[in-house]
Each structure stands twice: as structure tokens, then as C-alpha cells.
Write a protein that binds this ligand. Structure first.
Ligand code: ADP
Ligand code: MG
Length: 265
């Protein structure tokens, strides 16, 4: 390839926003010349690289904007620690993402420390890998943001912005403050996404105590009704994983201490 053509081709590829082809063109053209590829094979090879890298960059962008903690993955979630949760069911949600098109929800219940946030984050990562968009937020922070938006008369726009996410994870719904104005934006969010876009919620309190989340009884019933319709409920009623991990770490020391005591008798 002549230097003049190379320079012009470089400019054209920059103009067309084809950075991968630009990077690989010289090498692939040389290989094509050497091996006598038909023209369509060269074109195919170049465009295939471009499209593959685009996909990788897209997924990377989605992961960066997701708010998910990188190391909370399904691969390092110990399902054996939560017998009430079916690993197969969670893996099915990760593998077949059509439930997102129906706006179905996932609700995770259990006391603090049992792995609710970890499990839903792991599912979030898997959905991003599958090409979907996920936003993980603390429920109280999102409510605050929506509250401010409503004060500024741009709640509708703020809710519309959340539409680009296939799954919105509201972490720790029970920490929402008991305040009429705050809870109604949460209700509006739930009603707005109902049967259109998925929501996942983690909660320390069962539905019976959600009166504290929504204040108004009618609003609680209406919210729970929408969330439960088309939902997967994961009950995680085990002892805190953190506490168990801490106890397990202490156990060898205790055993060693016990052994020394016995030996010394
Ligand atoms: P929750 O949201 O229910 O309060 P977290 O998801 O924050 O609990 O879990 C607490 C800590 O314990 C986190 O560091 C999490 O990674 C870890 N953890 C909890 N359950 C598991 C599990 N089954 N396998 C691996 N790590 C877990
Ligand atoms: Mg949590």
C-alpha cells in the first residue's frame, strides 16, 4: 500500500468512525495481498473486527454506567449458603433475558448481610454481559433525586431517563424515609415502569411491613400489587453471611485453643 493511499484511507476511516478497521487495515491488507484473499473476504474480516470491538466497548460502557460493584458476581456467589434460593432459577433469569421485555420484576427479601445486594448485582452483571442495560441504585438516593426533580417540575423527564435501563435495581427499599412526598415519587416510579420495564428490589422487611415504606395503605397495596404481578420472589431467610464468615474464621482459633487446653490438662 502506498504511503499516500494509507494517509487518505486513515482520514476516511477516522471520518467514518471506524477505529478498529483503521488500526487493523494495514496488517489485514498485507495479509490479504500475501495470501491472495478475494476482496469480499478482506472486507468481511475488517468489518467483523469493527463490529466485535464495538460490542465489547458497548458492554464496557454499560458496565461503567451501571453502578454495579465489579466483584459482586454470580460466579463468586455461594448458593450453598442460601438453600432457599434456587441456583437454577437465578441462572435461568441470567440466561434467558426475555423477562425484561415483559417488565417482570425480581424481589429479594431477607435480613441484613444474607447476600441480597450481592445476588442481584451478580444477576445485573450477567444481564449486561447479555447486552442489556442495568442501573443499580440505593433506593433512598434515587428517591431523593426524583424528589428534587419533582420540585423542579422535571419528574417526567427524570423518569423517562430511567427508561433506557432494562432493569432498575432499587437496593434497600426499607431505608426510604417515612415521608409522604418521598414515598409518592417511589410509587410513581413503580407505576410508570409497570409491565414495561423491569424493577428489582431488595428489602429487609416483608410486605406486611411495607406500610412503613409507602405510608398510605392504599398506595402500599397498589405498589405491592404491581410489583408482585409477574415477579420472581427470592426469600433469603438465613443467618448473615458476614457473621457466618466471621465465625468460621474464628473457629480454627477456638479449636486450637480448645486443643491446647485439653493437652495441658
Ligand atoms: P445484604 O444485601 O443482604 O445485606 P450483601 O449482599 O451486602 O447482603 O452481603 C454481605 C457481604 O457478604 C458481602 O460482602 C457479600 O459479598 C457477602 N456475601 C453474602 N452472601 C454471600 C454468598 N452467598 N456468597 C458469597 N458472598 C456472600
Ligand atoms: Mg444490601
Amino acid at each position: 500500500m502506498s504511503a499516500a493511499l494509507e494517509g487518505r484511507l486513515g482520514l476516511i476511516l477516522t471520518d467514518l468512525r471506524l477505529p478498529t478497521i483503521k488500526r487493523l487495515a494495514l496488517d489485514l491488507c498485507a495479509q490479504s495481498d500475501r495470501e491472495g484473499w478475494p476482496g469480499n473476504r478482506l472486507l468481511e474480516a475488517l468489518f467483523e473486527h469493527e463490529i466485535n470491538e464495538r460490542e465489547v466497548r458497548r458492554i464496557e460502557r454499560h458496565r461503567n454506567e451501571s453502578g454495579l460493584t465489579p466483584d459482586k458476581q454470580l460466579s463468586n456467589f455461594d448458593f450453598a449458603a442460601v438453600p432457599s434460593v434456587s441456583k437454577a432459577q437465578v441462572m435461568a433469569l441470567a440466561a434467558g433475558t426475555e423477562w425484561l421485555d415483559r417488565g417482570a420484576s425480581v424481589l429479594l427479601f431477607g435480613p441484613p448481610g444474607v447476600g441480597k445486594s450481592h445476588l442481584i448485582s451478580g444477576l445485573g452483571h450477567a444481564l449486561i454481559d447479555a447486552g442489556r442495560r442495568v442501573l443499580f441504585v440505593r433506593c433512598s438516593e434515587l428517591v431523593q433525586r426524583l424528589q428534587t426533580a419533582r420540585r423542579d417540575l422535571r419528574l417526567a423527564q427524570e423518569l423517562a431517563k430511567l427508561d433506557r435501563f432494562d432493569l432498575l435495581v432499587l437496593d434497600d427499599i426499607s431505608y426510604v424515609r417515612r415521608d409522604q412526598a418521598e414515598t409518592s415519587v417511589l410509587f410513581e416510579l413503580i407505576a410508570e415502569r409497570y409491565e414495561r420495564k423491569s424493577i428489582a428490589i431488595t428489602a429487609n422487611t416483608p410486605f406486611s411491613q411495607w406500610g412503613e415504606v409507602f405510608v398510605d395503605a392504599a398506595m402500599t397495596v397498589a405498589a405491592v400489587d404491581r410489583l408482585v404481578h409477574h415477579s420472581t420472589i427470592l426469600e433469603m431467610n438465613v443467618e448473615s453471611y458476614r457473621r457466618r464468615a466471621a465465625q468460621a474464621a474464628q473457629a480454627p482459633a477456638k479449636r486450637a485453643l480448645a486443643a491446647t487446653t485439653i493437652e495441658s490438662i
